[in-house]
Design a protein around this ligand. Sequence first.
Ligand SMILES: CC(C)(COP(=O)(O)OP(=O)(O)OC[C@H]1O[C@@H](n2cnc3c(N)ncnc32)[C@H](O)[C@@H]1OP(=O)(O)O)[C@@H](O)C(=O)NCCC(=O)NCCS
Length: 209
Amino acid sequence: MDKNGITIRLESEEEYREVELLVRESFWNVYRPGCSEHYVIHVLRDDPAFVKELDFVMRSGERLIGQNMFMKTVIESDDGNNVDVLTMGPICIANDLKRQGYGKILLDYSLEKAAEMGFGAVLFEGNINFYGKSGFDYARKFGIRYHDMPADADQSFFLCRELVTGYLDGVTGVYQTPKGYYVSNDDVEEFDKAFPPKQKLKLPGQIFD
Ligand SMILES: CC(C)(COP(=O)(O)OP(=O)(O)OC[C@H]1O[C@@H](n2cnc3c(N)ncnc32)[C@H](O)[C@@H]1OP(=O)(O)O)[C@@H](O)C(=O)NCCC(=O)NCCS
């Protein structure tokens, strides 16, 4: 996509480190002191579930300003079958450009490409205030539960959007986060040493220690 000086295209290997730096800056101290997402994307790119054709970078002119990626996963359906779906993220926008509409442009474009590839639905953890504007709703409304949580727990963080209307009709079951998203703190710490020093802060609103 090339519009008004904004380009969205597939990530190339030469820009891996530049993208990791962007992700680190964008997620730093948002959900925890420091962040793990730059290491997560580093690991996910080599994961068999990673969808290379949906690994996007966004540039304004030459400047890297955003990224988004997808992984294949399944809903373990209550009838014993696996239903193929996508999960998404990390997605991020450069700090100084947040809340100016770039995230929505990148998200909508990525979802359009995922739909063109024939994927049926996307599920992940996120804030309905942002993703709701791009057609996401609470996954429980589709009859899908988050793994390893009691059925009556608050799962409002868990979102879903069908890319093929009716894809999840008649499906109830449990969504599984791909294993690749789980990284150890020690591995994150080690990986982070290759980046410029940055202060970890405990801030209100963070959801992890
Ligand atoms: C989340 C993120 C990708 C959104 O991109 P963005 O360019 O800032 O978002 P947009 O400007 O396109 O937002 C569109 C609308 O979504 C909503 N929205 C966006 N970010 C939001 C947030 N953090 N909280 C609540 N609503 C949000 C707003 O309604 C916004 O419209 P408004 O600014 O006119 O009110 C970006 O803020 C980011 O990189 N955050 C840090 C990393 C992160 O949290 N990634 C997502 C992990 S699930």
